[in-house]
Design a protein around this ligand. Structure first.
Ligand code: FMN
Length: 178
Protein backbone atom coordinates (compact mmCIF):
# COMPACT_ATOMS: atom_id res chain seq x y z
CA UNK A 1 0.00 0.00 0.00
CA UNK A 2 1.01 3.54 -0.65
CA UNK A 3 0.67 5.77 2.39
CA UNK A 4 -2.80 6.10 3.85
CA UNK A 5 -2.62 9.87 3.32
CA UNK A 6 -2.05 9.30 -0.42
CA UNK A 7 -4.86 6.73 -0.55
CA UNK A 8 -7.50 9.06 0.91
CA UNK A 9 -6.35 11.84 -1.39
CA UNK A 10 -6.79 9.61 -4.44
CA UNK A 11 -10.14 8.06 -3.48
CA UNK A 12 -12.94 9.54 -5.56
CA UNK A 13 -16.28 7.95 -6.35
CA UNK A 14 -16.06 5.74 -9.44
CA UNK A 15 -19.24 5.41 -11.48
CA UNK A 16 -17.78 3.93 -14.67
CA UNK A 17 -16.12 0.52 -14.59
CA UNK A 18 -14.32 -1.64 -17.15
CA UNK A 19 -15.67 -5.09 -18.03
CA UNK A 20 -12.91 -6.79 -16.00
CA UNK A 21 -14.18 -9.01 -13.19
CA UNK A 22 -12.64 -8.94 -9.72
CA UNK A 23 -10.51 -11.86 -8.62
CA UNK A 24 -11.65 -14.07 -5.77
CA UNK A 25 -8.72 -12.78 -3.68
CA UNK A 26 -9.85 -9.19 -4.20
CA UNK A 27 -13.40 -10.01 -3.15
CA UNK A 28 -12.13 -11.78 -0.03
CA UNK A 29 -10.03 -8.72 0.90
CA UNK A 30 -13.03 -6.42 0.48
CA UNK A 31 -15.10 -8.64 2.76
CA UNK A 32 -12.31 -8.94 5.33
CA UNK A 33 -12.24 -5.14 5.53
CA UNK A 34 -15.99 -5.12 6.12
CA UNK A 35 -15.80 -7.82 8.78
CA UNK A 36 -12.97 -6.00 10.59
CA UNK A 37 -14.89 -2.71 10.75
CA UNK A 38 -15.18 -0.97 14.09
CA UNK A 39 -18.58 -1.71 15.59
CA UNK A 40 -20.23 -0.26 18.69
CA UNK A 41 -19.86 -2.74 21.58
CA UNK A 42 -18.59 -5.16 18.92
CA UNK A 43 -22.21 -5.96 18.15
CA UNK A 44 -21.32 -6.66 14.50
CA UNK A 45 -24.93 -5.95 13.66
CA UNK A 46 -24.16 -5.87 9.93
CA UNK A 47 -24.44 -8.50 7.22
CA UNK A 48 -23.31 -8.31 3.61
CA UNK A 49 -24.79 -9.66 0.40
CA UNK A 50 -22.18 -9.94 -2.36
CA UNK A 51 -23.71 -9.66 -5.82
CA UNK A 52 -21.76 -10.48 -8.98
CA UNK A 53 -24.67 -11.62 -11.11
CA UNK A 54 -24.93 -9.02 -13.90
CA UNK A 55 -28.68 -9.51 -14.28
CA UNK A 56 -29.21 -8.91 -10.56
CA UNK A 57 -26.92 -5.86 -10.64
CA UNK A 58 -29.05 -4.45 -13.45
CA UNK A 59 -32.19 -5.00 -11.37
CA UNK A 60 -30.60 -3.37 -8.33
CA UNK A 61 -29.69 -0.36 -10.50
CA UNK A 62 -33.42 0.37 -10.71
CA UNK A 63 -34.04 0.26 -6.94
CA UNK A 64 -34.43 4.04 -6.73
CA UNK A 65 -35.20 7.01 -8.94
CA UNK A 66 -31.69 8.46 -9.19
CA UNK A 67 -28.13 7.54 -8.39
CA UNK A 68 -28.18 3.74 -8.64
CA UNK A 69 -27.73 3.48 -12.44
CA UNK A 70 -23.99 2.85 -12.06
CA UNK A 71 -24.71 -0.60 -10.60
CA UNK A 72 -25.63 -1.84 -14.06
CA UNK A 73 -22.04 -1.43 -15.26
CA UNK A 74 -20.34 -2.70 -12.10
CA UNK A 75 -18.85 -6.21 -11.89
CA UNK A 76 -19.57 -6.46 -8.17
CA UNK A 77 -21.64 -4.86 -5.44
CA UNK A 78 -21.78 -5.41 -1.71
CA UNK A 79 -25.20 -4.76 -0.19
CA UNK A 80 -24.73 -3.57 3.38
CA UNK A 81 -27.45 -4.63 5.83
CA UNK A 82 -27.80 -4.20 9.57
CA UNK A 83 -30.11 -5.38 12.32
CA UNK A 84 -31.55 -2.46 14.37
CA UNK A 85 -32.51 -4.92 17.12
CA UNK A 86 -28.86 -5.91 17.49
CA UNK A 87 -27.61 -2.32 17.84
CA UNK A 88 -29.15 1.11 18.40
CA UNK A 89 -26.32 2.57 16.29
CA UNK A 90 -26.75 0.25 13.32
CA UNK A 91 -26.60 3.19 10.88
CA UNK A 92 -23.17 4.19 12.15
CA UNK A 93 -21.89 0.60 12.14
CA UNK A 94 -23.19 -0.10 8.64
CA UNK A 95 -21.83 3.25 7.37
CA UNK A 96 -18.37 2.50 8.71
CA UNK A 97 -18.43 -0.96 7.11
CA UNK A 98 -19.48 0.63 3.81
CA UNK A 99 -16.55 3.03 3.93
CA UNK A 100 -14.10 0.27 4.94
CA UNK A 101 -15.06 -1.59 1.75
CA UNK A 102 -14.45 1.59 -0.25
CA UNK A 103 -11.04 2.19 1.33
CA UNK A 104 -9.98 -1.43 0.76
CA UNK A 105 -11.13 -1.13 -2.85
CA UNK A 106 -8.93 1.94 -3.31
CA UNK A 107 -6.01 0.13 -1.73
CA UNK A 108 -6.45 -2.65 -4.29
CA UNK A 109 -6.36 -0.07 -7.08
CA UNK A 110 -10.09 -0.51 -7.65
CA UNK A 111 -12.83 2.10 -7.85
CA UNK A 112 -16.01 2.17 -5.79
CA UNK A 113 -19.16 4.14 -5.23
CA UNK A 114 -21.67 4.24 -2.37
CA UNK A 115 -25.28 3.88 -3.51
CA UNK A 116 -27.63 5.09 -0.80
CA UNK A 117 -30.66 2.87 -0.18
CA UNK A 118 -31.98 3.91 3.25
CA UNK A 119 -34.54 6.75 2.97
CA UNK A 120 -34.54 6.57 -0.85
CA UNK A 121 -37.35 5.50 -3.17
CA UNK A 122 -38.32 4.84 -6.77
CA UNK A 123 -40.00 7.50 -8.92
CA UNK A 124 -43.31 5.85 -8.00
CA UNK A 125 -42.58 6.25 -4.28
CA UNK A 126 -41.72 2.63 -3.51
CA UNK A 127 -39.01 2.56 -0.80
CA UNK A 128 -35.68 1.47 -2.30
CA UNK A 129 -35.03 -0.89 0.60
CA UNK A 130 -38.24 -2.76 -0.18
CA UNK A 131 -37.13 -3.24 -3.78
CA UNK A 132 -33.71 -4.54 -2.65
CA UNK A 133 -35.28 -6.70 0.08
CA UNK A 134 -37.54 -8.42 -2.41
CA UNK A 135 -34.83 -8.94 -5.04
CA UNK A 136 -32.36 -10.49 -2.57
CA UNK A 137 -34.73 -12.27 -0.13
CA UNK A 138 -33.57 -10.15 2.78
CA UNK A 139 -35.41 -10.96 6.02
CA UNK A 140 -37.69 -8.30 7.50
CA UNK A 141 -35.60 -7.50 10.58
CA UNK A 142 -32.58 -6.50 8.48
CA UNK A 143 -32.38 -2.91 7.24
CA UNK A 144 -30.64 -2.06 3.96
CA UNK A 145 -28.27 0.88 4.31
CA UNK A 146 -26.23 1.01 1.13
CA UNK A 147 -24.92 -0.83 -1.88
CA UNK A 148 -21.19 -0.43 -2.52
CA UNK A 149 -20.31 -0.89 -6.19
CA UNK A 150 -16.73 -2.00 -6.85
CA UNK A 151 -14.77 -2.55 -10.04
CA UNK A 152 -11.82 -1.52 -12.17
CA UNK A 153 -11.88 2.21 -12.86
CA UNK A 154 -12.77 3.07 -16.46
CA UNK A 155 -11.61 6.63 -15.86
CA UNK A 156 -9.08 7.94 -13.41
CA UNK A 157 -10.47 10.95 -11.55
CA UNK A 158 -8.45 13.87 -10.22
CA UNK A 159 -7.28 13.44 -6.63
CA UNK A 160 -8.26 15.98 -4.00
CA UNK A 161 -6.51 19.32 -4.22
CA UNK A 162 -5.09 19.85 -0.74
CA UNK A 163 -4.98 23.60 -1.35
CA UNK A 164 -8.77 23.65 -1.59
CA UNK A 165 -9.81 21.93 1.64
CA UNK A 166 -12.54 23.64 3.69
CA UNK A 167 -10.46 24.52 6.71
CA UNK A 168 -13.17 27.00 7.77
CA UNK A 169 -15.17 23.95 8.90
CA UNK A 170 -12.58 23.21 11.55
CA UNK A 171 -12.83 25.03 14.88
CA UNK A 172 -10.10 25.08 17.50
CA UNK A 173 -11.15 24.63 21.13
CA UNK A 174 -14.36 26.65 20.62
CA UNK A 175 -16.88 26.90 17.77
CA UNK A 176 -16.05 29.91 15.61
CA UNK A 177 -12.41 30.07 16.71
CA UNK A 178 -9.74 29.18 14.15
C1 FMN B 1 -24.05 8.56 2.48
C2 FMN B 1 -23.66 8.64 1.02
C3 FMN B 1 -24.61 8.36 0.04
C4 FMN B 1 -24.25 8.38 -1.30
N1 FMN B 1 -25.17 8.02 -2.24
C5 FMN B 1 -24.81 8.00 -3.54
C6 FMN B 1 -25.72 7.49 -4.51
O1 FMN B 1 -26.81 7.03 -4.21
N2 FMN B 1 -25.31 7.48 -5.82
C7 FMN B 1 -24.07 7.96 -6.19
O2 FMN B 1 -23.78 7.93 -7.39
N3 FMN B 1 -23.18 8.42 -5.27
C8 FMN B 1 -23.52 8.43 -3.97
N4 FMN B 1 -22.60 8.83 -3.02
C9 FMN B 1 -21.29 9.31 -3.43
C10 FMN B 1 -21.21 10.84 -3.29
O3 FMN B 1 -22.01 11.43 -4.30
C11 FMN B 1 -19.75 11.27 -3.39
O4 FMN B 1 -19.02 10.71 -2.33
C12 FMN B 1 -19.61 12.80 -3.36
O5 FMN B 1 -20.20 13.36 -4.50
C13 FMN B 1 -18.17 13.22 -3.28
O6 FMN B 1 -17.43 12.70 -4.36
P1 FMN B 1 -16.13 11.81 -4.14
O7 FMN B 1 -16.56 10.55 -3.44
O8 FMN B 1 -15.60 11.55 -5.52
O9 FMN B 1 -15.17 12.59 -3.30
C14 FMN B 1 -22.94 8.78 -1.67
C15 FMN B 1 -21.98 9.04 -0.68
C16 FMN B 1 -22.34 8.96 0.64
C17 FMN B 1 -21.28 9.21 1.70
Amino acid sequence: MESFSELIKKRRSTRKFTEEELTQDEVVLLLKAALMSPSSKRSNCWQFVVVDDREMLARLSRCKAHGAELLEGAPLAVVVLADPLASDVWIEDASIASLMIQLEAEDLGLGSCWVQVRERSTAEGVPADEVVRELLDIPLQMQVLSIIAVGHKAVERKPFDEDNLQWEKVHINKYGAQ
